[in-house]
Design a protein around this ligand. Structure first.
Ligand code: FPP
Length: 234
């Protein structure tokens, strides 16, 4: 593989439902099958020395899915957090959930806060799981936060620049993703990190998320290593 590694990889994990439906299984079987793939990505990032990984697990729009599927996904997140937090901690992973966490059950909010607290001091991999997240929601919450500071007199509107605004976003202290991966065949951003993806290299694969493996991730990294990044410059 090329020597140039992304510092931050962002992934839309798509295709669980289709993976299950093709096998005549309920959609939640596909989501369940997606959990070990999350684990593989975390392990591979740690192994390669990639410093940050952000995964889109549940969008603001996903609340519109059938109640049973939403409930199943929330249970899956809860159980996975409970099961994995020790290993994440041991491997130096700092876990954070980004998104409108007030939309989550109090029980899940508690579990998230606990996992974040336990792993807060880790520095090997910054792992962000986006749950109840939308790129537009993120921009609006940043605007609201800065507006409150202006209202309180602690910030001048004229001092709001791109750095300041970016710092108020959910990924405020994480560098922008260098590489974006979407599985499942669709070629769109779907309201993921709208601000942060401005200059990110995009990579799409038809592989459904449960079929995405270390070799496929390696292919994405290899492709990235060959890209010439110009950030709008000549
Ligand atoms: C998209 O597939 C996937 C999701 C909405 C859920 C992603 C969740 C996991 C991979 C489970 C594990 C996550 C964590 C953080 C432990 P889809 O249902 O939209 O698939 P489709 O496009 O085939 O319908």
């Amino acid at each position: 593989m090329g020597a140039i590694l992304p510092r931050h990889v962002a992934i839309i994990m798509d295709g669980n439902g289709r993976w299950a439906e093709r096998r005549g299984l309920a959609r939640h079987a596909g989501h369940r099958e997606g959990v070990p793939v999350v684990r593989m990505c975390v392990e591979e990032c740690v192994r390669h020395g990639i410093g940050a990984l952000t995964l889109f697990a549940f969008s603001s729009e996903n609340w519109g899915r059938p109640e049973a599927e939403v409930a199943n996904l929330m249970t899956l997140f809860f159980d996975a957090l409970e099961r994995e937090v020790d290993d994440l901690d041991r491997n130096g992973v700092r876990l954070r959930v980004i998104g409108d966490r007030h939309a989550l059950s109090v029980r899940l909010q508690g579990r998230v806060a606990d996992a974040e607290r336990r792993t807060a001091g880790n520095t090997r991999l910054a792992l962000q799981i986006a749950v109840s997240y939308g790129g537009r929601w993120d921009i609006v919450q940043a605007a609201r936060r800065l507006a409150a500071e202006v209202g309180a007199g602690s910030l001048r509107a004229a001092d709001i620049d791109e750095t300041r605004f970016g710092g108020a976003l959910a990924l405020g202290d994480v560098p922008d993703p260098d590489l974006f991966i979407r599985t499942g065949g669709e070629r769109r951003i779907s309201n993921f990190l709208l601000w942060n993806l401005a200059y990110t290299e995009l990579w799409f694969t038809d592989a459904l998320w449960p079929d995405f493996d270390a070799a496929a991730l390696g292919a994405a990294l290899e492709d990235y290593a060959g890209r010439k990044r110009r950030f709008g410059r000549a």
